[in-house]
Design a protein around this ligand. Structure first.
Ligand code: IMP
Ligand code: MG
Length: 194
């Protein structure tokens, strides 16, 4: 018995303990918040055509739900960006991987992002989009990790302010995984914080 237990635990040590996800924000809370956000956005821009610009890929689920909570005319477009790598991340070097399909000149644009962390990605995006002369440029984020902010940017619409923990689910990934979880949770890796 003891032998068996030892064998099992050594196998486990080899594999390492599993990653785990602790619930932070439930799907119901997310949906409730998005409902409020959608009606606020419409109140701020009554009767206007709104162009939602989703930041791929994390914001896809949020954009899909938010769009359905904004009455009236709403269209979407998508943009994809990535940081140049972990080392240069704090330098604010961001690369545009996929541009928008259409011009935003004269349009009411709302950038839809999953999470605002250092703010470097958003700062870059806003600079690029502002140059294209939209009528107005706003930002909606589901999550805001305020403690981590480096760049001087803020979102106009914020779902939840969260502590400095690595979260996954509802579009947010860890190495492309967990995006499909309906809730947002804190990811715990076996080796402690990454
Ligand atoms: P920022 O440029 O540091 O604000 O980074 C924003 C991007 O980093 C987000 O769009 C996410 O893709 C990613 N990110 C930041 N924090 C998290 C997290 O806790 N979980 C998953 N992705 C994150
Ligand atoms: Mg993102």
């Amino acid at each position: 018995m003891a032998k068996k237990k030892a064998a099992a635990s050594s196998a486990k040590a080899k594999e390492g303990p599993a990653e785990s996800v602790r619930l932070l924000i439930s799907s119901a809370d997310i949906q409730g918040k998005i409902r409020e956000m959608g009606s606020r956005i419409r109140k701020d821009f009554p009767g206007e055509h709104l162009l939602l610009v989703g930041v791929l890929k994390g914001a896809v689920l949020f954009l899909a739900d938010l769009a359905r909570q904004i009455p009236g005319e709403v269209t979407f477009d998508f943009i994809a960006v990535s940081s140049y790598g972990k080392e240069t991340r704090s330098s604010g070097q961001v690369k545009l991987n996929k541009d928008l399909d259409s011009s935003i000149e004269g349009k009411v644009v709302i950038v839809v992002e999953d999470i605002l962390d250092t703010g470097l990605t958003l700062q870059y995006l806003l600079r690029v989009l502002q140059q294209r002369k939209p009528k107005s440029l706003k930002v909606a984020v589901l999550l805001d990790k305020r403690e981590r902010r480096i760049a001087d940017v803020r979102a106009d619409y914020v779902g939840f302010v969260i502590p400095d923990e690595f979260v996954v689910g509802y579009g947010l990934d860890y190495a492309e995984r967990y995006r499909n979880l309906p809730d947002v949770g804190v990811l715990t890796l076996p080796g402690g914080p990454h």
